[in-house]
Design a protein around this ligand. Structure first.
Ligand code: ZN
Length: 62
């Protein structure tokens, strides 16, 4: 699973381990280490407890 920065002039690709996912109050996101753009993600938990994050377009509905 890799993330692609949604900043059109950046589009850097990151592994989940490369970024810090946190909630700044508008949903889970990571800031691109290259350009600082906000990239929103959604958290999924598998039956075995494994947590994965999937990148979403724009920002989540609140
Ligand atoms: Zn970027």
């Amino acid at each position: 699973m890799t993330f692609t920065c949604r900043n059109q002039s950046c589009q850097a690709q990151w592994e989940q381990a490369d970024v810090i996912i946190k909630n700044e109050g508008q949903g889970l996101l990571f800031r691109c280490p290259m350009c600082g753009a906000r990239n929103y993600v959604e958290r999924f938990e598998a039956d075995d407890g494994t947590v994965v994050y999937e990148q979403i377009e724009g920002r989540p509905m609140t």
